[in-house]
Design a protein. Structure first.
Ligand code: SF4
Ligand code: SF4
Ligand code: SF4
Ligand code: FES
Lengths: 151, 867
């Protein structure tokens, strides 16, 4: 069931015009950890944006997700430097430990794993982010320690 | 003119043309993929690249580069070849290789490109994507693995249809055409299928029916609404398999998917005679003899006026013309009318009151010989014309309007081409749309101003609009030569602007804004249709809108006009050819002994007046299904001694008949229609008749049995005779509208005050609007296997979700709807487009029969209960 009050609180901060679509979706993503279907339908009606366009935007940007994300977002860098410094091995190790594939969320909804193109700190490769925090030079043996911090 | 060379050839082109267009016009092939002539170019695929001098060193897309003086274009070179081949190879990386079972095989632009560019291998490999194939949606199948992401479908849906129902999802390599929700929820016009260069969008009705090259093609006219779309009927072995409009691509859903009704099992195939209450098949000779004999007996007893005729908006001009000629010359009575009496005729009457009947002066005598289906009158220099036909707007001009006011019409449902024209008008950035309607409709999305008035309050809304116009510009001087303005102004003394606004249920400020927009418009268009005219005061509504056009219209400017949507393919034609009790072909009034109109005829039957007819001859026109107050119609028709119905189906009226004569439908005959905007559409025969006959032949046989001497062998002869009686159609030819642009309009008008009231008697809590469904046209499309039945299989009562909660009704539950005239039950659907207190029921289906609730109007107060 859709929580009308929760969504209305978000929408009330905007003009209710089509140009509000992206900020509204960002707020929903932040608060719900994903973009639930019913909410998207309601946003389409309230902002007068065709539903297909809402979906088009929601699937275009990586910051949005149509399936529930975990409590913590793991972003592992596979940019050139990280790639050379063993980023791929880091991905395999993280996925192995969590029992999840890239792009998905663990069964307990604790972690979502994704790979990204560059986190902008190549000097510290390989890099991984958990939520808003950077972890530098993450060798495979550091993985379990980092994950434990969030368990 | 612009001079340029393409591949060394000197070419003259029009300014504003693109290289691709010029090349195509001159027979020079430039490959392309994302371009389509029906759309604006977006230059995304880059396959059309050409070398241009003077210009940048890199190749330029031909589809979006405009020609300039002295330009040198090279369309083939080593470099261009490499680029094009690379691009197509990239497209092919992840393209499904299922050509053998793909419906597009043989007419696929990607196949053709690959072939033309000689690509025999794709040297790339990439992640294989799992496509989300949509088998679930109605009528349309989507195969993203065949998509070349040209965006044509998205653009036609967004920019031409205005539905915005599909879009790209994801991005980059993962881009996939999607709709957000499944199954697809859209207008089902199928235009996206038709414009797709590949087999990514598949027409489910056509799927696996034939290969493209096996089809025979015939250009003809769609038989459904008054839009007058021409389309190509594609047949094999005597069956239509597909229809297509290869020009603008656009057709509506009923046009594109409705054709299977032609092959319905329900079609009548042989004449039927009723004996002891049930029908038995009869030969044509027997049936026609019986009709002639009964007509003779009845006339001998009660005079020729005892036979009443009803013409058909589905029948051709030729058949309807012959029908009125049969009544007037053979039976010798003017007792005939047409079903448009309850809407379109009211509209024409309103326009006529203000602008007068159309007349043309200064033409030479008709030519003796002209090509088939051409007017014998030539538009000579100095010929002038006047009257209502000169204010009726042409769809092709509407995109040039700068302000359009839509009143009481759900545009796309009433006449899809009106919607397409409005979408085109929107490309002009100065264009402003005003939508006035008691409920929210599709075009509110595109409107600068939406006026949601109370149902039935359109004349108060119009009163307020006039008031606001006169307040903003007290000394307004109409462009059209107009009489009676001062008295007309007086008729708005009764209320203040505020009172008008309150009574109509709109905002005072909105009326002022609307007035401002209309006053500053250079080419204002006024749009309305059957829903507005179907009210008992439909004629008054039309008068009010005609007055408005007289006041602010600028008919000299292209696009400025009155656009009145006609419900069916030949609704206008019926009037032009004189299927009216008081007018001959060409609107010529009958002063001596006009006949009864349909309403008067029913009244005469009801009161048992001695001028009441005793027999009915109906050319289609299912009166029981269409006339308001169904039980009254049934009761009155049963009073008749003899009924002949000429129809393709066993309609509710046909069931009451004594003799039924089965007719050919559009693709089985030749003839013409007049569309809503008076375009002459030419029907061509694509299928054999299989035992049924075209209306005109039946009428002729009957006339000749009753002393007539009709000797037509083909409809073109009838047209020739008819056209000689229509000077107003001077210069007419298939595909053209009348009056011809060469005729100088000498317009004048008379302001006619209109009644300013709401005509919705009774105290019941809800207002029911009897409306139309986008997927249906009359009852014609309700026969299986019509494709649109997959989308809209029946009629539902649409209501606001709040009303539903108050009535404790959920979607799909059954409601009882009660009016002072009857009661019916209908299943409910929730629709926030309807304001609380207003419900809508489309009237195409036999059940629920909305017309059991109405009396002379398509608006009625009702009580609703949960069953
Ligand atoms: S069928 Fe028509 S409305 Fe539906 S997606 Fe295709 S173009 Fe758009
Ligand atoms: S579905 Fe067809 S028209 Fe639409 S983007 Fe793909 S290839 Fe182009
Ligand atoms: S029903 Fe009307 S709009 Fe649709 S295809 Fe036929 S003529 Fe055109
Ligand atoms: S056709 Fe010109 S860029 Fe696609």
């Amino acid at each position: 069931m859709m929580d009308e009050a929760r969504l209305s609180a978000i929408l009330s901060r905007y003009d209710g015009e089509p140009y509000d679509l992206i900020p509204v979706l960002q707020d929903i993503q932040d608060q719900y950890n994903y973009l639930p279907k019913d909410e998207l339908h309601e946003v389409a009606v309230r902002l007068k944006v065709p539903l297909t366009q809402v979906y088009s935007v929601a699937t275009f940007y990586k910051m949005f997700s149509l399936i529930p994300k975990g409590k913590h977002q793991l972003k592992i860098c596979l940019g050139t430097t990280c790639h050379l410094k063993g980023g791929q091995r880091l991905v395999a190790s993280v996925c192995n430990r969590l029992g999840v594939e890239v792009g998905y969320t663990t069964k307990d909804r604790q972690f979502s794993v994704e790979t990204v193109g560059c986190l902008g700190t190549c000097a510290q490769a390989p890099v991984m982010m958990v939520d808003d925090k950077y972890y530098a030079r993450v060798t495979v043996d550091k993985v379990s320690k980092i994950l434990k911090l969030y368990a | 003119m612009v001079n340029l060379t393409i591949d060394g050839r000197a070419i003259q082109a029009k300014k504003g043309q693109t290289i691709l267009e010029v090349a195509r016009d001159n027979g020079i092939y430039i490959p392309y993929l994302c371009y389509h002539k029906a759309l604006k170019p977006i230059a995304s695929c880059r396959i059309c690249v050409v070398e241009v001098k003077p210009g940048p060193p890199r190749p330029q897309p031909a589809c979006s580069t405009y020609v300039t003086e002295g330009m040198e274009v090279v369309t083939t070179s080593e470099r261009l070849d490499v680029i094009r081949r690379e691009l197509v190879k990239l497209v092919l990386i992840n393209h499904a290789l299922d050509c053998p079972i793909c419906d597009k095989g043989g007419e696929c632009e990607l196949q053709n490109l690959t072939h033309a560019l000689g690509i025999d291998r794709v040297d790339y490999e990439a992640q294989v994507l799992t496509p989300h194939i949509d088998y679930e949606s109605s009528l349309i199948e989507r195969h993203p693995d065949r998509c070349v992401t040209c965006g044509r479908c998205i653009r036609i849906c967004r920019d031409r249809v205005g539905a915005m129902a599909i879009h790209f999802m994801n991005r980059g390599y993962y881009t996939e055409l999607g709709s957000g929700v499944l199954p697809l929820d859209c207008e089902f016009c199928g235009s996206c299928i038709e414009i797709c260069p590949v087999g990514a969008l598949i027409n489910k009705v056509f799927k696996y029916q034939a290969r493209a090259w096996e089809l025979e093609k015939t250009e003809t006219v769609c038989p459904f609404c008054g839009g007058g779309c021409t389309y190509q009927v594609q047949t094999r072995d005597g069956r239509i398999l597909r229809v297509a409009n290869q020009d603008s691509i656009l057709l509506c859903g009923r046009g594109r998917f409705g054709f299977p009704v032609v092959h319905s099992e329900d079609r009548l195939t042989t004449p039927l005679i009723k004996e002891n209450g049930s029908f038995r098949p009869a030969s044509w000779g027997e049936a026609l003899d019986l009709v002639a004999q009964r007509f003779q007996e009845i006339m001998a007893e009660a005079g020729p006026g005892a036979i009443y005729g009803v013409g058909s908006p589905r029948a051709t001009n030729e058949s309807n013309y012959l029908f009125q000629k049969f009544f007037r010359e053979v039976l010798k009575t003017n007792n005939l009318d047409n079903p448009g009496r309850y809407h379109f005729v009211r509209g024409m009457a309103g326009l006529m009151a203000v602008f007068g009947v159309s007349q043309v002066d200064g033409l030479a005598a008709p030519a003796a010989r002209v090509p088939a289906y051409h007017s014998p009158y030539e538009v000579t220099e100095g010929a002038t014309g006047s009257g209502l036909m000169f204010v009726l707007g042409k769809l092709a001009d509407l995109p040039q309007a700068d302000v359009a006011l839509v009143v009481g019409a759900d545009v796309t449902t009433e006449l899809p081409p009106l919607g397409w024209a409005l979408m085109k008008a929107r490309e002009n950035e100065n264009f402003q749309l005003i939508v006035a309607n008691p409920r929210a409709t599709k075009f509110d999305r595109y409107a600068a101003l939406s006026l949601q008035y109370k149902p039935g309050a359109e004349r108060l809304l119009m009163g307020g609009l006039f008031k606001a116009i006169f307040a903003a510009q007290p000394d307004i001087a109409p462009v059209i030569n107009a009489a009676g303005l001062e008295e007309f102004k007086e008729s708005f003394k009764k209320f203040s602007l505020k009172e008008y606004a309150t009574k109509a249920g709109v905002d005072e400020g909105q009326l002022k804004t609307a007035a401002e927009l209309l006053l500053k418009a250079q080419a204002p268009a006024i749009i309305f249709g059957t829903e507005l005219l179907g009210q008992d005061k439909g004629q008054e509504n039309a008068t009010a809108l005609a007055d408005l056009f007289l006041l602010v219209g600028k008919p000299g400017n292209p696009g400025s006009g009155v656009y009145m949507a006609a419900e069916k393919a030949n609704t206008l034609g019926l009037l032009v050819v004189g299927v009216l009790p008081d007018r001959l072909p060409g609107f010529i009034p009958i002063d001596k002994d006009p006949g009864l109109n349909l309403e008067q005829m029913l009244e005469a039957l009801e009161t048992g007046h001695d001028n009441a007819p005793q027999a009915l001859y109906a050319l289609g026109g299912d009166l029981v299904r269409w006339l308001p107050n169904r039980s009254r119609t049934e009761k009155l028709l049963k009073k008749l001694k003899f009924i002949v119905v000429q129809d393709a189906f066993l309609t509710d009226t046909a069931k009451l008949a004594d003799v039924i004569l089965p007719v050919a439908i559009h693709v089985e005959q030749e003839g013409t229609f007049f569309s809503s905007d008076s375009k002459l559409g030419l029907l061509r025969k694509a299928l054999p008749e299989n035992g049924v006959r075209p209306d005109w032949q039946i009428i002729m046989e009957l006339a000749n049995r009753l002393g007539g001497a009709f000797k037509y062998v083909k409809p073109a002869q009838i047209f020739q005779e008819l056209a000689a009686q229509l000077p107003v159609c001077a210069g007419l030819a298939p595909g053209h509208c009348f009056p011809a642009p060469g005729l100088t309009a000498k317009l004048s008008g008379q302001f006619v005050p209109f009644e300013q009231d709401i005509s919705l008697p009774g105290r019941r809590p809800y207002t029911l609007i009897v409306g139309k469904s986008l997927q249906h046209s009359g009852s014609y499309t309700t026969h299986q296997p019509c494709g649109t039945l997959m989308v809209t299989p029946g009629a539902r009562l649409k209501m606001n979700p709040e009303d539903a909660v108050a009535l404790n009704l959920g979607a799909g539950e059954t409601a009882k709807i009660i009016s002072s005239h009857g009661e019916i039950t209908a299943s409910v659907s929730l629709d926030a487009d309807l304001p609380p207190g207003v419900v809508l029921l489309p009237d195409h289906f036999g059940e629920p029969a909305a017309n059991r609730l109405t009396l002379n109007s398509n608006l009625v107060r009702v009580t609703i209960q949960k069953m």
